[in-house]
Design a protein. Structure first.
Lengths: 348, 348
DNA sequence: GAAAACTGCTAATACGTATTAGCTGTTAAT
DNA sequence: ATTAACAGCTAATACGTATTAGCAGTTTTC
């Protein structure tokens, strides 16, 4: 079965009574070369191509020319499983859109890695199939990133990345500025005791939020509580907030915020009357919680689009790529209000 | 920039003091050939490969061997844009999972086509980059399908497809049986006047539902109403149902069902007390409506997995592929109840 | 009327790997 | 002592395209 007797340029050439080279030239010769092939011959070749339905083998094309019009997409976690789907889908949406626009195909590097541990440079690294690669994931392997940089492989990261022996080309969201903005808003609403609920891990996205958070402390606000373990019981976190005297709590994870809000409601506390809550980032799927949290919007689709465009530019002009941070617009929501006049009463 | 001085087997060969052929054999020679290379030499070559970080160029590999370990994924609509995302994501989830398991990468054929009109066989058809292809979409181009079949290109469709000059290998959901099951349930609950709200288009998925629906008519149930235009005003559809005397309405589109249920509620009618509603297929995103409709589950992930497995099998064994329909389990829901004893009263 | 320019093509080669046939030197069989 | 078998490699080629150098014949130039 599957007996592809694939047509080649040689077949076309014989049918048209020319050489393989002529067929190739007719298909995609430089204008100067084309000018030397009379219209009659060109039409004859084209006619054969039409009737046979010949299409050039992209693999052979890549062999000869070096380029492919394929963009690799490497995700450090599986892209689609539902837990991740909401995270990756908006990126992929933007990537696909821009790829289609630029007439590139996408190669999802899914096979790489042993077990669940995905690696870019695995034993059989398939990166080179693509002309370049987009890298995304919650947390990167810095050694791999460093290798991409030193090898000068054309790639673009989605999300800001620290230098690794050289600048990493990326398109990220400006979490630091957006976080700072929300803190300033809280302070201007009278809050001076702030809580930060989230980890301090090494990931850039976490670092940026923390930086944005602490950068304005001292100018009216101060840190009353820092819970760095996520997924603690909601009641415990709530207790911490209340007893610390914090009047505004900043959450890294929407999930934590949802749970704490529910716990507060259960205790008869209401947000933002009794205390304010802010989520540092987009609600990935807002529909799940009825509460519209004050937060900021991460322009994931746009990140995907711009990263793709940057990558294509890197490939086509052999340039080095740059570093772009996109603004994350604040989302007003309904969980940030003025500082309660008598916060102590909350404890009753 | 991007000065890849890509390592080749020739470089490795020189460094190890052997020939290019030996390097290739060390990497993936048949056992019989490998047996003739002493461990010492193999280790020497492996060592060079290790230290240099050489990886074979998959393109050249494909050139020489004909296979790639890449599966193409062709979608007739963009896969990710949010309207489609909920439709395609479960399929892709299954596909990605199985692809990773079988150690294949996925090539998303996004570039093909002119404007929004995607085509498999466009002027520069990139299908051949992959070893085979999965084809998905709400509606297929039968001519393209026929061409895939006659060219004996290894592909598998997701969703049942009619023969097109030959059997089409597919993994689909058994909508016909699942629909029949729901109709039988309604009949056994005393319903005899049934409404069908949905188109009759040429798409197989629509045909199958309609077949399942009509196949049991006459044996206790009969068609009281058939609204074939979708997206009509909900009130109008509701009027039709009520005035036709139908006591159970079957919907192709969840969206229509949601709207009609809302309209009914507004008029003081309740489901399933006043009339029953059934949706023929999975709620793609159940969360949006509070009502849990009686329907059946389309095992999209499993379809993706099995289609991928079938495709890999087709590729690796050069077999022809088969046709598989997966069972769609009924979802009980809360919108199918006994036939109201005095349906006329509903009109009041 | 010889050189130059141009026209219409083709031969040859590169791309990087897989694979087969086969070469050279050694050991085993008869 | 000759042949046969085998060990340890390598040369050569195929895969399908893109591209450059250049050939043979015709036309232009001065």
């Amino acid at each position: 079965m599957t007996g592809h007797k694939r047509l080649t340029q040689n077949d076309i050439a014989k049918l048209a009574g020319v050489s393989q080279a002529t067929v190739s030239l007719v298909l995609n010769g430089a204008p100067t070369a084309l000018a030397r092939i009379p219209a009659e011959t060109r039409e004859r070749v084209q006619a054969v191509i039409q009737t046979t339905g010949y299409v050039a083998d992209p693999i052979a094309r890549r062999m000869a020319k070096g380029l492919n019009r394929i963009l690799g997409v490497f995700t450090y976690e599986p892209a689609f499983p539902s837990a991740q789907a909401d995270f990756f889908t908006p990126f992929l949406l933007g990537i696909e859109e821009e790829a289609q626009h630029q007439n590139y195909d996408l190669l999802l590097l899914t096979s790489a890695g042993v077990g669940n541990n995905r690696k870019i440079f695995s034993e059989n690294n398939r990166l080179r199939i693509a002309d370049g690669c987009l890298v995304l994931g919650r947390e990167f392997d810095r050694k791999e990133l460093a290798r991409l940089v030193t090898e000068d492989y054309p790639f673009v990261a989605i999300g800001r990345r620290d230098d690794v022996g050289g600048p990493v080309p990326y398109v990220g969201g400006d979490y630091e500025a957006a976080t700072r903005h929300l803190v300033e808003m809280a302070v201007s609403l009278g809050h001076s005791q702030l809580a930060y609920i989230g980890p301090e891990g090494p990931a850039e996205s976490i670092v940026d939020r923390w930086r944005g958070f602490v950068s304005t402390l001292g100018e009216g606000g101060e840190l009353a509580l820092h819970v760095d373990a996520v997924n603690r019981p909601a009641g415990e976190i709530l207790d911490g907030i209340v007893s610390s005297g914090a009047t505004a709590a900043f959450f890294i994870e929407l999930a934590d915020a949802v749970r704490v809000e529910a716990a507060a409601r259960e205790r008869g506390l209401s947000v933002p009357q009794d205390f304010s809550m802010v989520v540092l980032g987009s609600h990935i799927r807002a529909g799940r919680s009825p509460v519209r949290f004050t937060s900021y919007d991460i322009p994931r689709e746009e990140m995907g689009r711009q990263a793709t465009a940057m990558l294509v530019n890197r490939i086509e002009t052999a340039s080095a790529g740059s570093q772009i941070l996109l603004t994350c617009e604040p989302v007003e929501g309904e969980t940030l209000g003025p500082c309660p006049s008598n916060p102590a009463k909350r404890a009753q």
